[in-house]
Design a protein around this ligand. Structure first.
Ligand SMILES: [Zn+2]
Length: 113
């Protein structure tokens, strides 16, 4: 379950930010997760609940913003939306796609109290 290591990574980012603004508590951690990032949001929520215990983010809620996947279709010469890496182009049905977005996961914003 790689969500556990992702959650630890998120906590590291949150702790660094909170330390810079100490003393404070973290209220909300806003995450951007791409549709193609292969991250299970529910598993990540669970993992974050586990790793945040006893940390500055103990009372923090996870707010997950999903970013749609996108790819460049060679045949259509345009960017198209895809839900999965293995999807064909929704316009021409072709497979010559180069993924251009929705593969990343990042901490977008923190709400500190
Ligand atoms: Zn196409």
């Amino acid at each position: 379950m790689h969500e556990m290591s992702l959650a630890e990574g998120i906590l590291g980012v949150v702790q660094d930010a909170a330390r810079a603004h100490a003393p404070c508590a973290v209220r909300t951690v806003r995450l951007e997760i791409g549709a193609l990032a292969a991250v299970e949001c529910e598993a990540l929520r669970f993992a974050f609940d586990v790793v945040k215990r006893g940390s500055v983010a103990e009372g923090a809620a996870l707010d997950i913003v999903q970013v749609p996947g996108s790819a460049w279709c060679l045949q259509c010469s345009r960017t198209v939306a895809i839900a999965e890496r293995s999807d064909p182009c929704p316009h021409c049905g072709g497979w010559q796609l180069a993924v251009t977005g929705g593969t990343e996961m990042r901490v977008k914003e923190l709400e500190l109290a």
